[in-house]
Design a protein around this ligand. Structure first.
Ligand code: PLP
Length: 379
């Protein structure tokens, strides 16, 4: 089976298929079982082994992973969750879905990640969790404030939607043991299931709770259910399992992940080299030595004019993300965040996906240089 390649820079992001995904999906379709099946469970075991963790819980999306991780931690109305405003709106919706309160904080302009200092400053008596976002694939190391958080009973739940495969020190993100980690396997992430997500729970009990929450509160395993005349609905639960069809795609992607890892690092380094001579362009640092980059983001002056110029010239630029504390849905929790508001006017996401070559990167860099000249002249 072959797939049409997307060979240009007109897309900001794009899934990358290695080939066998089609056959794997057909096998899942012909199996006649599309729910949570052995294919899903094999995917969980393979991911756990790859990351070097004892267990992994597959779910329907990254948003579902965050929602379940927060619910499993017992977070609900009256609880505050510290979170950067600079993230995808899904992070915040997962908090509000629990009835909890997002407490928005700033990010470091160099990395677009939170710092331990800013996290501690935002702690109140209502704080129950911190939700750092591993922006662009970069690990967020909160080990410096780990004791201070633990003393107050504050949990760390990571939004690692961008960071599948990245390292935090010497272990893969998810394996540090200090956090519950949530991945997304949506269409444009480092690894895709089409749609999907995954939780790395902390401990056997947390894993059990997550498994019951993702399957309508039912506590028996798939094997136990098929061999019995009844099942037990032990508590609240959602329809959040990962289908066998999505797990089949993910399994093929995982088997080819070393290709993603090297291609994404190479592409990001090519951007770094190509952008270095450009005045006024600041590359957001993903720590490429340790990361599998998911985005290539720059900060530029006259961003809106630069964006328009590049779009008019066929370059698929984007913005990740409009700050959440300025969104109407989250206005109740607005607090002034001047650094994030400035960053929100400067950031520009360059095309970044595995169909791109170094020639595309050169092309984008030279058009960006032109865009800056044009934007400055029309100031
Ligand atoms: C993609 C993404 C999510 C949500 O994942 P879905 O699989 O799309 O639900 C959450 N947070 C961030 C930072 C993301 O990029």
């Amino acid at each position: 089976m072959t797939f049409p390649a997307i060979l240009d820079a007109s897309r900001n992001a794009s899934p990358f298929l290695y080939g066998p995904e089609g056959q794997a999906v057909l096998r899942a379709l012909h199996s006649g079982q599309y729910g949570h099946t052995e294919i899903t469970e094999q995917f969980e075991r393979d991911i756990a082994q790859f990351l070097g963790v004892p267990d992994a819980v597959a779910v329907a999306s990254g948003t579902a992973a965050l929602h379940i991780a927060l619910l499993a931690a017992g977070i609900g109305p009256g609880d505050e969750v510290i979170v950067p405003s600079m993230t995808f709106c899904a992070t915040i919706q997962a908090i509000t879905a629990c009835g909890a309160t997002p407490r928005f904080i700033e990010v470091d302009p160099g990395t677009l990640c939170v710092t331990g200092h800013d996290v501690l400053e935002a702690v109140t008596p209502a704080t129950r969790a911190v939700l750092p976002v591993l922006y662009g694939g970069r690990a967020v190391d909160l080990s410096g404030i780990h004791d201070a958080l633990a003393e107050r009973g504050i949990l760390v739940i990571e939004d690692a939607a961008h960071a599948f495969g990245s390292f935090n020190g010497t272990t893969r993100v998810g394996a540090s043991g200090h956090a519950t980690t949530c991945f997304s396997f949506g269409p444009i992430k480092n690894l895709t299931c089409g749609q999907g997500g995954l939780i790395i729970p902390r401990g056997v009990e947390a894993a059990k709770t997550a498994r019951s929450l993702r399957l309508l509160g039912v506590i028996e395993s798939a094997a136990e259910r098929s061999a019995a005349t009844s099942y037990t609905v032990a508590g609240f639960g959602l329809r959040y399992q990962m289908s066998s069809i999505n797990a089949a795609i993910g399994s093929v992607q995982l088997a080819n992940f070393t290709t993603a890892e090297s291609a994404r690092k190479k592409l990001w380094r090519a951007y770094k080299a190509a952008l270095a001579p450009l005045d006024g362009v600041t590359l957001v640092d993903v720590d490429v030595e340790h990361s599998v980059p998911s985005l290539c983001v720059v900060r530029v002056p006259w961003r809106d004019r630069v964006f328009d110029f590049l779009r008019e010239h066929g370059v698929g630029v984007g913005v990740h993300y409009p700050p959440n504390h300025l969104q109407p849905a989250f206005a109740r929790w607005h607090r002034p965040l001047p650094a994030t508001e400035a960053i929100g006017q400067q950031i520009l996401t360059l095309p970044f996906h595995q169909h791109l070559t170094e020639e595309h990167v050169q092309h984008v860099a030279s058009l960006l240089e032109k865009a800056l000249t044009v934007a400055e002249a029309s100031r």
